[in-house]
Design a protein. Structure first.
Length: 194
């Protein structure tokens, strides 16, 4: 019966309170943070690495880092910002270890886009968006993923990717323009094939 009470208490505590408990060695608080944030961290890792298998490993590594570096959390920013910074760093580390996360030249991608996608798949806007997103350079994809898929503001994004909020805003603007161009090229190429 005590365990049920502990679980309900974890659900009511803020992330920062749970981190304080983790810093004190509370395994249950670590489990509560994992349950609360694993899905979002995994989704972020999938979008940044573009490899679901690698993302599984990276997401697990992120929570090992939370446990390992718990004492470094000082609540200067929100727990979510700190967690996403750990996830971002883990994805960058994985990219350096794994050659599968390579930068694609968007101009080269635009030229060959019509031949690479089957006509029936291109009809789906989601497929076009995902393909265009995968063709963005990592620096543009990262800021788009953090902003549009995880609803983070410029200040949080800046803290995660280590830049100023103004730089995050400019990167997002450029990324949106490039994404728009890629979507147009993919969609236009598909129409030519029909």
């Amino acid at each position: 019966m005590e365990m049920v009470a502990d679980q309900s208490q974890s659900g009511k505590r803020s992330d920062e309170q749970l981190m304080a408990a983790v810093q004190g060695g509370d395994d249950g608080a670590m489990g509560a943070l994992f349950d609360r944030h694993h899905r979002a961290v995994h989704a972020l890792c999938v979008r940044l690495t573009r490899d679901p298998d690698l993302a599984d490993d990276v997401a697990q590594d992120v929570f090992l880092r939370v446990w390992r570096y718990a004492r470094s959390f000082r609540a200067r920013s929100s727990f979510r910002t700190w967690l996403y910074r750990l996830a971002y760093n883990a994805c960058v580390d994985a990219s350096q270890r794994d050659a599968r996360w390579k930068e694609v030249d968007p101009l080269e991608s635009r030229e060959s886009s019509a031949q690479e996608l089957p006509v029936d798949a291109v009809a789906d806007r989601q497929v076009i968006l995902e393909e265009a997103l995968s063709r963005l350079p990592p620096a543009h994809r990262e800021v788009l993923v953090l902003s549009r898929f995880h609803d983070l503001g410029y200040e949080e994004i800046g803290r995660i990717i280590n830049c100023s909020p103004g730089t995050a805003r400019v990167r997002l603007h450029r990324a949106m323009n490039e994404l728009r161009q890629l979507c147009f090229a993919l969609d236009g190429g598909a129409r030519e094939l029909r």
